[in-house]
Ligand binder design. Sequence first.
Ligand code: NAD
Ligand code: 6OD
Length: 500
Amino acid sequence: MTEAAIHEAVSDPAPALRQLRNFVGNRFIEGGKPFAVVDPATGRQHATAYEADAAIVDSAVAAARAALDGPWGSMTLAKRRALLMKVADGIEARFDEFLAAEIADTGKPHSLASHLDIPRGAANFRVFADVIAALPTESFDFDTPDGGKAINYAVRRPLGVVAVVSPWNLPLLLMTWKVAPALACGNAVIVKPSEETPSTATLLGEVMAEAGVPEGVYNVVQGFGPSSAGEMLVSHPGVRAITFTGETRTGSAIMRSAAPHVKALSFELGGKNAAIVFADADLDAAVAGLSRAVFLNTGQVCLAPERIYVERSVFDAFVTGMKAKAAALKPGLPSDAGVDFGPLISAEHRNKVLDYYRLAEQEGATVVTGGGIPVLDGDAAGGFFVEPTLWTDLPHDARVCREEIFGPCAAIIPFDSEAEAVRLANDSPYGLAASVWTRDLSRGHRIGGAMEVGISWVNCWFLRDLRTPFGGAKLSGIGREGGAHSINFYSEPTNICIKL
Ligand code: NAD
Ligand code: 6OD
């Protein structure tokens, strides 16, 4: 939905719908322009959110600053960690509310949100409460030139007010992935959730306040990107650092906004991920793993492969297996029995994905399966569904093979040698993730390291220990988060040298 259409939809906000207010200083505040939040599974408005104006953004920055200058700034690490654990407990205690909110915003199947999104929301707080406790800073004692001694060590300080700008595909998971380490390091945050999915960030405000997190530590401003809350937040002089997940071109715009104040940036951006399937792979496992990777969350996962290179001798068998998996997916309303395939996030995103479906055919694709809109009954008929789609016969340089689509689709392309597969996989302006499927672990290790990406999986996908580095190469991001990498971004060392 365009911004104009969203405002139009709520010129008369329906009071019966859930009202998603801006959250500043542990309170939901009045003000802001109403906009509709739509359930993508039905196409109906399910809540009204209030777009923050400049005064609301200013008040959020002031509240965050006051928290840093007040009790939060002087709180011991032990107390901060205990609060993070209480927040995790609070998410779990209100699991069903988070689940309902996430499902209403995204339309994703109940089984997915209950196994991935909400549990990871809680886990992110526990992980970073542990990571911060276990992380040392360096310390050296050394001989000084005059024959004396000195001790030289580093202490970690928070950056200050951190803006967290997050996308709609895994709203709670991706937002807490950044909020948790930022708070663990002692920063105060202002979250700008996606305009499509404002609910769980809002609910988290209630949990923060209930857990006893001091006023101003966690704030939420609602709204859009350009000329709205997003841009006002990232260009605000009181914001010291920006952590962002979203499209690459949005990252460029945010960089421009951040430049005058030289803000610290951590960016997790788009991808056009490759998978490579060798003839020696366990083909059933590769089909199961890659059909999950292509279709999970209706393909709206930044790590999803949209290019699959398959060794020619197993190409036909692989395509047949993938087609059968696509046919077995059941689209529908999130809580309907057996539904494992949800809608796209919006009518606008569906139009974009359908444009790529048409472009694929113009670029010479053979449509193995899908390519259109499924016929659904009842409430789901108004939802933003598309068919899971697979193509063969696309040239490697087709636009469909180079541009991020962010839908449930992939091009399957044959290869004849390991060198060719690596060359094709790396021939992309993006560099987020790759997966390699082989029984030859030496080859898996070799190719895993040859991929120009932030994360290489061998015989798996979307699996990792949260203490390892996560991020993207090339146009897929700046920096790494995860474990100590997050702590290094959300804090700044001060080097202290004492002459003894
Ligand atoms: P998006 O870039 O359109 O929006 C993300 C957020 O940025 C939203 O909150 C939006 O309101 C805000 N925004 C937009 N313009 C802004 C501006 N000028 N200033 C400040 N804020 C602004 O992305 P999306 O459509 O919500 O998410 C999908 C994209 O996110 C895909 O490209 C996907 O690959 C990427 N993504 C990447 C990762 C990763 O870890 N690398 C994870 C998830 C999603
Ligand atoms: O698992 C994570 O921490 C993470 N950042 C996942 C990103 C998924 C992209 O859609």
